[in-house]
Design a protein around this ligand. Structure first.
Ligand code: ADP
Ligand code: X2W
Length: 285
């Protein structure tokens, strides 16, 4: 999409801007879609534009590929069970450094250098996210969100900041824990009663056949989700994504979408036009 097409979208954007005015939108920006610097700038610029037109944007980020990179460098072996990383002490240390350090500060700095206002924090800061360990014996320090101190986010948004949140939290023993980025975003979106949850990844959305990008499922009503499991349509990293979207929409979030972060201006097309481009999860009234 070139700048002429973007200008055309913006010319006709007023009804969409009014629809989302002051609505809370939680965007999970994923590791695989975050690997390229110019793409990263493009996604952040789009998020900033949404914030500029009056949408309350909250960014939650992952960073799986970067954690893999630093684990390799440190010769720490790592494995996944159903899309979640087994997290022993060494893995946790590196995940914390990569997520709350390198990635969080890079994204925050980038928003500032693009002329925006962001505050980079993690689920630990301000007691933002409390989590319960899922299965400490087998999975180590992998947490699932149990409580969100939404005031931290609301204060930042009220003061004009885009919160940029790294997906680590504090467990019931006061220790640091590793939370899947999609789950973190979904937990935060539910607690905020957000209007929308966006999971940005490097795939077009839920595919009928994971190896064929032309088989995109455009919309999934909550009752149709079981069919995805029954037919073994989803596996690996897609399992937490679908669970998170379903869970968010089952609770207070109006819609959830899995969006391709590699498509230029996918956020703009999703929010400021009527062309949905990923997989939308919704609940029939
Ligand atoms: N039905 C499906 N449609 C699309 N992707 C699928 C499907 N089933 C499994 N997958 C896998 O899920 C992956 C997306 O999850 P993941 O790599 O964890 O994303 P991210 O790192 O961006 O959070 C895809 O790359 C794909 O290999
Ligand atoms: C428990 C767990 O799996 N945590 C993830 C956190 C990062 C993440 O979710 O990054 P992506 O969004 O890039 O996948 C991990 O360690 O990889």
């Amino acid at each position: 999409m070139d700048s002429f097409e973007v200008a055309e979208i913006l010319t006709n954007a007023l009804p969409y801007i009014q629809r989302y005015d002051q609505k809370m939108v939680v965007i999970k920006y994923g590791g695989s879609a975050m690997q390229n610097e110019s793409l990263k700038k493009a996604v952040l610029s789009d998020a900033m534009l949404l914030a500029k037109v009056g949408i309350n944007v909250v960014i939650v980020h992952g960073g799986g590929p970067d954690i893999n990179h630093w684990l390799n460098k440190a010769n720490v072996e790592s494995s996944f069970v159903n899309g979640l990383r087994k997290t022993d002490t060494d893995t946790m240390e590196i995940a914390q450094m990569v997520l709350a350090g390198k990635i969080n500060k890079d994204l925050t700095r980038m928003i500032h250098s693009l002329g925006g206002k962001a505050m980079g924090i993690s689920g630990v800061d301000g007691g933002l996210v409390t989590a319960k360990l899922r299965d400490p014996e087998n999975m180590g320090a992998v947490g699932e969100v149990t409580k969100v101190n939404t005031q931290v986010i609301e204060d930042l948004v009220e003061n004009g900041y885009i919160p940029v949140i790294a997906c680590i939290g504090t467990d019931e023993n006061g220790e640091i824990c590793n939370i899947n980025g999609d789950e973190m975003a979904s937990g935060i979106a539910k607690a905020l009663g957000a209007d929308n949850l966006v999971l940005m990844s490097d795939i077009p959305g839920v595919l009928e056949d994971a190896t064929d990008s032309t088989t995109l499922i455009k919309q999934i009503e909550l009752k149709e989700v079981n069919h995805l499991y029954e037919k073994n349509i989803i596996s690996g990293g897609m399992i937490p994504k679908v669970q998170c979207c379903t869970d968010a929409v089952k609770h207070s979030v109006r819609q959830a979408v899995i969006l391709d972060g590699r498509i230029p201006h996918s956020l703009i097309v999703e929010f400021l036009t009527d062309k949905g481009i990923g997989t939308l999860f919704y609940k029939k009234d």
